[in-house]
Ligand binder design. Structure first.
Ligand SMILES: NC(=O)c1ccc[n+]([C@@H]2O[C@H](COP(=O)([O-])OP(=O)(O)OC[C@H]3O[C@@H](n4cnc5c(N)ncnc54)[C@H](O)[C@@H]3O)[C@@H](O)[C@H]2O)c1
Length: 258
């Protein structure tokens, strides 16, 4: 149920990258429900149009931009367009991420580079643009998506490898913490959310395939269930809202106890 003017981020302008699917879509919808004007970006035009439709359906404002946020020029254009439309940006959620590099002894250099680029270059480029503006305004919230994989995830490590992803998501923690320290004197907070195994349309089948194994996701999660996108969206909403005024530089695990 959209709360509009009485919502927890009412009157804020929020950018969510990777909003065409999965957690990014859930985060965008949740921030919108709580009163934020949304700017959503993704490389997937079709999925982005669906997120845009879902937000519009609730009568809330949304600006959708198809953009590759691992490239400098589209990121600059994206932020310029949002500032032209709204005059300010309050919240940045760096959701774009993912990628596979396989077992360490077989990993290809191009896969390693791709994973770093997708998870880190995107967060760097968007955060740089956002902080240039937020620093002047002396206000703003940045929320990055890390992962339980930042410390190695048993089912992923044992059965698929993917050390590049673990390294990138650990780097998100360090990046977040450093940005938080740099931006503290300007009243801008930066935090990360580290999801455990969260079921989305895209990964449902791969999680199911792992469940029968000794260290399957549910068995290795103390709360004994996969997370839902809403679990992550609620955590991001909290960190983006005024309720989290005194929290910065932290990575919040939303991982069922892992
Ligand atoms: N789902 C999980 O279990 C889980 C667990 C831990 C961390 N995470 C992290 O949460 C975030 C979202 O995960 P998800 O499962 O929803 O992923 P997803 O793959 O479903 O969504 C990622 C979105 O990013 C978009 N994207 C990819 N490359 C892009 C680019 N260059 N420019 C712009 N958009 C691009 C994709 O089109 C997609 O819509 C990621 O950072 C992921 O690493 C997810």
């Amino acid at each position: 149920m959209a709360k509009g003017a009485s919502g927890r981020v009412a009157g804020k302008v929020a950018i969510v990258t990777g909003a065409a699917a999965g957690l990014g879509r859930a985060i965008a919808l949740r921030l919108s429900e709580e009163g934020a004007a949304l700017a959503i970006a993704d490389i997937d035009a079709k999925g982005l149009a669906e997120t845009e439709r879902l937000i519009r359906q609730s009568g809330r404002p949304v600006q959708a931009t198809v953009a590759d946020v691992t490239e400098e020029a589209p990121v600059k254009d994206l932020f310029a367009a949002i500032l032209a439309a709204h005059g300010h940006i309050d919240i940045l959620v760096n959701d774009v991420g993912g990628g596979l590099s396989g077992r360490i002894w077989e990993a290809k250099v191009e896969d390693w580079d791709f994973v770093m680029r997708l998870n880190l270059r995107s967060a760097f480029l968007c955060t740089r643009e956002a902080t240039r503006h937020m620093r002047e305004r002396r206000a703003g919230r940045i929320v990055n998506l890390s992962s339980g994989s930042r410390e190695g995830t048993p089912w992923m490590a044992y059965y698929t490898g993917n050390s590049a992803y673990a390294a990138a998501k650990a780097a998100i923690h360090g990046f977040t913490r450093n940005v938080a320290l740099e931006m503290a004197e300007y009243g801008v907070t930066a935090n990360a959310v580290a999801p455990g195994p969260i079921e989305t349309e895209k990964n449902r089948e791969s999680f199911q395939a792992l469940e029968g194994l000794e260290y399957g996701p549910t068995r290795a999660t103390p709360l004994r269930r996969l997370g839902m996108p809403a679990d992550i969206a609620n955590a991001v909403l909290y960190l983006a809202s005024d309720e989290a005024n005194y929290i910065t530089g932290t990575t919040l695990a939303v991982a069922g106890g892992r």
